[in-house]
Ligand binder design. Structure first.
Ligand code: TRP
Length: 447
């Protein structure tokens, strides 16, 4: 029976495509740019430990839930939630969860595109004769130029819109298939370089030795938010991709592969970056510029560095692209289904909104730096609102929906499993552990 339902937007051509697309969505700036700087801002090991725990205990069960919901509903997250709520004889208002998710996606895309613009501009960095000082200066120069930031932001968002407008089901596969493994190899290469940097052990200790006194409510909320962000959870991205998943694919194994690959890339990025930070006397708490300041130093002093540096930032931009696509797709699919408009119209419309909001993020580093919301500039405020509030909140509701609203027999049917030990364990996590833990972190933070 499950075999008969198909999304109007199509289906991935093979099982491998879903894994690639979901990994493409998960692996992006979140792993290579955000994870290292957040770990650095929050004192290293303690943050990493909480982050890993959040991935395993909260993120993974919810990822499974999201894929399962998506595949059962076979439409955009908003319409999927509505259909499954009706199937479970409850209020169709659950579609609001999909709608707010689509909104969160646009908000994330607005600042994500600005940071992806940095990566794009670094393709032309040159990677020669770079010192710790000159690297810091060039990054600050970039931030202080409204025209450069807006130019790169506009370019990145235009590429995203172009790809999504053409439809994501065919184009994506060919690209990710070769480029993602290449990015992985360069990150490994950087790790190798880091072992020669003279501060390798120091970097590893920083990253993996937890100082429990550093675990504060803020660190917990940041680690939780980062776990959602890096796995692309809580707003329907993975749900939208799940809608295009073949019916005979094993959801559990798939979710584990995606989460493991994503976590692996983030940890490798950390292992590559911190030794370079310490070897060059930079501050681990450098902030959003961390990767952009440290890696050029490494590239400029390694053999074939110009080649590897350029290639790295090309691949990073593409990894960001395969993520940004999944930020806009839930909204696009929803508009197509509800308003019966063309894909290109829907994409242009939402792309424009994200672009416009992104202008404020770009300007928050220069012209609008004085303008703050709760002490954060626009870029950081959007980041906080989405990653630390909207995604975990979305996660709670997804968990509640799977664990308490959907009928258990439907969940079992869609996962195509028996009620075995692993199922029971997962079902318990999604009913109790995930929502309660996220709730506790919220309470702990706000009280
Ligand atoms: N996970 C991506 C990254 O790490 C970003 C991303 C893509 C995302 N889609 C998402 C984050 C949906 C949250 C929700 O770069």
């Amino acid at each position: 029976m499950a075999e008969e339902r198909k999304s109007i937007h199509g289906t991935w051509s093979s099982r491998w495509t879903f894994i690639l697309a979901a990994t493409g969505s998960a692996v992006g700036l979140g792993n290579i740019w955000k994870f290292p700087y957040m770990a650095g801002d929050n004192g290293g090991g303690a943050f990493v430990l909480v982050y890993l725990a959040c991935i395993a205990v909260i993120g993974l069960p919810i990822m499974l839930g999201e894929i399962m919901i998506g595949r059962r509903g076979r439409s955009s997250p908003a319409n999927t939630m509505k259909a499954l709520a009706v199937e479970a004889n409850t209020t169709p208002a659950w579609s609001l969860l999909g709608a707010t998710g689509a909104l969160a996606g646009l908000l994330i895309l607005s600042f994500y595109s600005v940071a992806a613009g940095w990566a794009l501009s670094y393709v032309f960095n040159g990677f020669q004769n770079i010192t710790a000082e000159s690297s810091t200066t060039s990054f600050n120069d970039l931030l202080s130029s409204p025209t450069s930031l807006i130019f790169w932001h506009t370019l990145f968002l235009s590429i995203t819109v172009f790809v999504v407008a053409r439809g994501i089901l065919d184009g994506l596969e060919k690209w990710i298939n070769t480029l993602m493994p290449m990015l992985f190899v360069i990150v490994l290469l950087l790790c190798l370089y880091a072992t020669q940097s003279g501060a390798f052990i120091q970097g590893i200790i920083y990253l993996f030795q937890p100082d429990f006194s550093k675990i504060t409510p803020e660190v917990m909320l940041e680690a939780l938010g980062q776990a959602f962000f890096t796995l692309s959870l809580g707003m329907g991205a993975i749900m939208a991709y799940g809608a295009y998943m073949p019916a005979n694919q094993n959801i559990g194994k798939t979710a584990i592969s995606v989460a493991a690959l994503d976590t692996g890339v983030a940890l490798l990025a950390g292992i590559a970056i911190f030794p370079i930070v310490f070897a060059n006397g930079l501050a681990a708490s450098e902030g959003p510029g961390l990767v952009f300041v440290t890696l050029p130093i490494a590239f400029s002093s390694m053999p074939l560095g110009v080649f590897f540096g350029t290639l790295f930032f090309v691949l990073l931009s593409i990894a960001a692209l395969s993520s940004s696509i999944s930020l806009i797709e839930p909204g696009v699919a929803w508009l197509i289904e509800s308003l019966k408009i063309k894909r290109i119209t829907a994409t242009l419309l939402l792309g424009f909104v994200a672009w416009f909001l992104g202008l404020f993020s770009a300007l928050s580093f220069n012209l609008l730096s004085e303008f703050t919301i709760f002490g954060k500039n626009f870029f950081d405020a959007t980041d906080f609102l989405t990653n630390q509030i909207m995604l975990p909140l979305g996660g709670i509701f997804i968990a509640i929906f799977v664990g308490w609203v959907m009928k258990k027999e439907n969940v079992l049917e869609e996962l195509d499993v028996e009620e075995n030990f692993i199922f029971k364990f997962w079902y318990f996590s999604i009913r109790y552990i995930s929502p309660v833990m996220v709730g506790c972190v919220f309470l702990y933070f706000f009280i």
